[in-house]
Design a protein around this ligand. Structure first.
Ligand SMILES: NC(=O)C1=CN([C@@H]2O[C@H](COP(=O)(O)OP(=O)(O)OC[C@H]3O[C@@H](n4cnc5c(N)ncnc54)[C@H](OP(=O)(O)O)[C@@H]3O)[C@@H](O)[C@H]2O)C=CC1
Ligand SMILES: Nc1nc(=O)c2c([nH]1)NC[C@@H]1CN(c3ccc(C(=O)N[C@@H](CCC(=O)O)C(=O)O)cc3)C=[N+]21
Length: 294
């Protein structure tokens, strides 16, 4: 038996089509064009993978896309001034600052400067706090995508045992909150956790968001488990372009799992699609319109 491969590409395309249809509607009915501003400082290779698809897909969904590329040595004051300008800009409904930022910049200060209403990454403490409190919030895109992919296999997550490996503000922590909202039982693992293999053996749902290539092995998994691989690791290939691999040893895991996401073609696809969803939601909320039907 090999696992069902969860087709992130197809599920993301379907979601983007629903967003595009809603964008047509808000344009027609309310003369509103949702706009997303992306701020990229320096040239982190992991971020560039992301930025590439974002620009095209934002435009393909009928939204406005604004890119701000700043040099790695940009001053904190200049970056804060740009964010203040985007906060005031009526054409911009979503602001995303690519992480990680160069060490010379104070990430927390930058994130806190974003208007929470435009915080499509869900990283501002206003949104993170609301999510943790079980209130409506802009939630981080990758965790939203993970939930949609899981629900493509299990329409209800109620009572399932989930393990989230990784506790970052961008992925692990918000994913835990979303799983709790779905009434899953959640274990949170991180670099100080003991015996990850044993923890995974209990889990019906395994989320790997670590940043360590192929760390999760096939023999850690409960047979039939659903495996969602968030990791995007670029492995250098001699004389060729780098290969993308996840945090799960796919070839092993596919023989044990019930369903698994590939890398590429899994969670990454959903992250971009959910960014479009969040931008549309933010635009509607800012304009006092009802939440869109996506
Ligand atoms: N597909 C997508 O759309 C996205 C993919 N990513 C990818 O997901 C991965 C994680 O990203 P992100 O959360 O931002 O990364 P971070 O580096 O911010 O967090 C990594 C987490 O993994 C934990 N960790 C590190 N080593 C181990 C270990 N040996 N065992 C168990 N836990 C460990 C860390 O623990 P501790 O807290 O103790 O340090 C930390 O909580 C990366 O590969 C990234 O590229 C990220 C965002 C979007
Ligand atoms: N503020 C912020 N928010 C983020 O959400 C954020 C970030 N910073 N910094 C970098 C990470 C990484 N990340 C990815 C998203 C999509 C793909 C993606 O589309 N991946 C394709 C692969 C594309 C290819 O093959 O080149 C896939 O997995 O199929 C990758 C990586 C978002 N991140």
């Amino acid at each position: 038996m090999t696992a069902r491969i969860i087709d992130g590409k197809a599920i993301a395309a379907e979601l983007r089509a629903r967003v595009a249809a809603e964008v047509i509607r808000v344009k027609q009915d309310h003369a509103l064009t949702p706009g997303l501003a992306v701020v990229l400082v320096g040239n982190d290779p992991a971020s560039e993978v992301y930025v590439r698809s974002k620009h095209t897909q934002t435009q393909a969904a009928g939204m406005a896309s604004f890119e701000h590329k700043l040099p790695a040595d940009v001053s904190q004051a200049d970056l804060l001034a740009l964010i203040a300008r985007l906060n005031r800009d009526p054409l911009v409904h979503g602001i995303l600052v690519q992480l990680p930022l160069p060490k010379s910049l104070h990430t927390e200060t930058i994130i806190h400067a974003i208007d929470p209403a435009k915080d499509v990454d869900g990283l501002h403490p206003h949104n993170a706090g609301r999510l943790a409190g079980g209130l409506a919030a802009l939630s981080p895109c990758t965790p939203l995508g993970c939930i949609i992919l899981t629900k493509s296999v299990h329409p209800s997550l109620e009572g399932m045992n989930a393990i989230v490996i990784g506790r970052s503000n961008l992925v692990g922590r918000p994913l835990v909150q979303l799983l709790l909202n779905e009434n899953a039982t959640v274990t949170i693992a991180h670099s100080r956790s003991r015996d990850l293999a044993k923890l995974c053996a209990q889990a019906d749902l395994v989320y790997a968001a670590v940043g360590k290539p192929e760390m999760v092995r096939g023999d850690w998994l409960k047979p039939g488990a659903t495996v969602i691989d968030v990791g995007i690791n670029r492995i250098p290939v001699e004389g060729g372009k780098p290969k993308l691999v996840g945090d799960v040893a796919f070839q092993e895991a596919v023989k044990v799992a019930g369903a698994i996401t590939p890398v590429p073609g899994g969670v990454g696809q959903m992250t971009v699609a959910c960014l479009l969803v969040n931008t549309l939601r933010a635009a509607c909320a800012i304009h006092g319109l009802p939440a869109p039907a996506v």
